[in-house]
Design a protein around this ligand. Structure first.
Ligand SMILES: NC(=O)c1ccc[n+]([C@@H]2O[C@H](COP(=O)([O-])OP(=O)(O)OC[C@H]3O[C@@H](n4cnc5c(N)ncnc54)[C@H](OP(=O)(O)O)[C@@H]3O)[C@@H](O)[C@H]2O)c1
Length: 331
């Protein structure tokens, strides 16, 4: 059946301005890091993307190495895009990245112009796109001059292969430097994509202040700590969960589902229930309470998780007592 998007797709989603830019992102965006590769069900991937767009999620986040195997998430997305989303291209914000190892040899990793230019060309081919909306440098490169990496991002925008550019996992000081170089080049840094969740709060120590001062948006990844901040692991590790899937490429392993984390998740879950939410919804709401966050970047393995998670938008305000209780649990 040809896909016809839900006519009411913009009814419930909230859209937030990304930093000082003209671009708005859905408060909840969908990432394709896992569950969209060739090892995964293509039909399930398609259902997830349809449900997301039908509910106002206009932003899909990819990277060259998503899969597994690397590149296959972009290939699958390209197939689905061609069949389902082509008529909706101008309603979508599609991002990709390069910065982690992608092909052998010295030109398939980190942040050289040689790597990034080739990688974006490959990504565009895999996805069947003329341009991406956002291209990110995926992680800082200690060896390539920052000027070279940022000049490459600027070039991509001038070539029309990316509309906007961003950085991911840059520490506050290096983020500030990158943002300034881009500003001088005339291509503002749109967005920073850091890891941020109740279990990993490093962005609160300086990064958020830098982004606010510079007018750069923030889209946290792994906001559910890959499932630890949901009710999934509260009674043990269920089969079929990411932690049992041995997916590699940074996916959570059974050993990381620690007793300490689960005890905290159980306590957080009690508070979530008092708020009339489940733990996933509260964990996402807790991030979205900060207006400097332009979107929260979720992952899902099932379409139902999209519907469940976006209900975080029903209540993302917290009393001081609730915030203090969360801080005490996380200590
Ligand atoms: N820039 C970077 O370096 C970087 C790194 C990592 C990720 N990212 C981006 O961030 C995106 C999200 O990362 P992530 O997948 O780690 O995010 P996450 O939202 O923290 O974790 C997603 C996992 O949580 C579980 N889950 C999601 N919703 C749930 C719900 N409502 N109830 C119960 N369980 C639920 C699912 O686990 P199961 O699979 O077990 O069902 C799902 O696969 C990625 O797709 C990618 O776009 C970027």
């Amino acid at each position: 059946m040809p896909y016809l998007a839900n006519a009411d797709r913009y009814g419930k989603m909230e859209y937030r301005r990304c930093g000082n830019s003209g671009l708005k992102l859905p408060a909840v965006s969908l990432g394709l890091w896992h569950n969209f590769g060739h090892i995964d069900s293509f039909d399930n991937a398609r259902k997830i993307l349809r449900v997301a767009f039908d509910n106002g999620i206009t932003h899909f986040d990819l990277a060259n190495n998503y899969g597994p195997p690397a590149g296959s998430a972009e290939e699958n997305f390209g197939r689905i895009f061609k069949d389902d989303f082509l008529p909706y291209r101008d309603e979508l914000v599609i991002s990709t990245k390069a910065g982690w190892g992608m092909w052998p040899g010295p030109y398939g990793d980190w942040g050289s112009k040689k790597y990034l230019v080739a990688s974006l060309d490959q990504s565009l081919k895999r996805m069947g796109l003329d341009y991406v909306d956002i291209f990110y440098h995926h992680r800082p490169d200690p060896d390539t001059p920052l000027e070279e990496t940022m000049a490459t991002l600027d070039l991509m925008v001038r070539q029309g292969k990316a509309l906007y550019v961003g950085i991911s996992s840059y520490q506050p000081e290096e983020a500030a430097k990158a943002i300034n170089i881009l500003k001088q080049l005339g291509t503002p840094c749109l967005i920073h994509q850091p890891k941020y969740s109740m279990f990993d709060r490093w962005v609160e120590d300086g990064l958020m202040d830098v982004l606010e001062q510079q007018g750069v948006g923030c889209i946290p990844f792994s906001p559910l700590a890959q499932g630890l901040l949901t009710n999934k692991y509260l009674k043990g590790i269920p089969a079929g969960s990411r932690a049992t899937s041995h997916r590699g490429n940074g996916a959570i392993e059974e050993g990381q589902v620690s007793e300490e984390k689960i005890n905290k998740a159980r306590e957080l879950n009690l508070l979530a229930e008092e708020r009339g939410q489940n733990l996933a919804q509260m964990a996402l709401a807790w991030i979205l309470k900060d207006p400097r966050i332009c979107s929260v970047l979720i992952g899902v393995s099932k379409p139902e998780q999209v519907l469940d998670s976006i209900r975080c938008l029903e209540n993302y305000s917290f009393t001081k007592a609730e915030l203090d209780r969360i801080d005490a649990i996380l200590k």
